[in-house]
Design a protein around this ligand. Structure first.
Ligand SMILES: C[S@@+](CC[C@H](N)C(=O)[O-])C[C@H]1O[C@@H](n2cnc3c(N)ncnc32)[C@H](O)[C@@H]1O
Length: 226
């Protein structure tokens, strides 16, 4: 897969690109590029935004700037599936990740300030994706969230590919959350480990894990320590 992330802050991705699942995926052939809107803007002084028509607070990222950046990178021909990050977009979940991971190439548009001119959403993007119903300062963290979910599915990204087969919301777990994990020490400050996990009975372990996944799936608020 080839990912092109359009942003005003390409340096925000320096850590992301260097850390293990992403670095390994890149070494194995995936591409991860950052593209700075300012490198392509047709406006003087690296300008990319303007005041909103109709008035109001904040600045809006211009459609001509975004179009120039997409054309500068992809030319006039076919563009990859283009996703604008937006708090109001389709909520990111495992089925959406599984759908997007089939794409050979994806472009991600990271907004800032008041976000993009609506014509970017309507005419330049194919989809809007949200990482949750709250507002962040920019699309860089949402882009990293989406890119991480995609890149860890690339061949070579994970040390042990088996760890991605049976994990929360996977087909192997019938879309349920994963069961709890424990490791050494067997007791810490009086907090023990479920006996079944140290029983050596693999059938019982499987059964216990399934029950735990189902119980977690029945509790949409997740784990709470009362
Ligand atoms: C400050 S936000 C703009 C918020 C916008 N004025 C609104 O009220 O919906 C700036 C940019 O951050 C990104 N962003 C913020 N929260 C997000 C979220 N929950 N999911 C995806 N992108 C988000 C988007 O790219 C957005 O254009």
């Amino acid at each position: 897969m080839k990912l092109d992330v359009f942003t005003l802050f390409p340096e925000a991705f320096d850590w992301f690109r260097g850390q293990r699942p992403v670095r390994k995926a890149i070494e194995a052939g995936a591409e991860f590029n950052t593209r700075d809107f300012r490198d392509w803007t047709p406006l003087k002084g690296g300008r990319v935004d303007d005041t909103p028509y109709g008035g109001g607070a904040g600045m809006v990222l211009r459609v001509d700037v975004v179009d120039a950046a997409l054309e500068g990178v992809f030319g006039d021909g076919d563009r990859p599936r283009t996703i604008v990050l937006s708090p109001a977009g389709r909520l990111l979940d495992e089925p959406l990740v599984s759908e997007l991971v089939q794409e050979p190439a994806i472009a991600l548009l990271c907004g800032r300030y008041e976000g993009f001119d609506q014509r970017v959403h309507d005419h330049l993007a194919d989809d809007e994706v949200s990482i949750g119903r709250y507002v962040l300062a920019g699309g860089e963290l949402p882009a990293m969230v989406l890119a991480d979910a995609l890149m860890r599915r690339m061949p070579g990204a994970l040390g042990d590919p088996a760890s991605a087969i049976e994990e929360s919301y996977s087909e192997a777990l019938d879309g349920l959350p994963e069961y709890p994990h424990y490791t050494k020490p067997p007791e810490y400050r009086g907090w023990g480990v479920p006996d079944v996990l140290v029983s050596g009975d693999h059938g019982k372990v499987r059964q216990w894990r399934r029950q735990q996944s189902e119980a977690r799936g029945d509790s949409p608020e997740g784990h709470r320590r009362d």
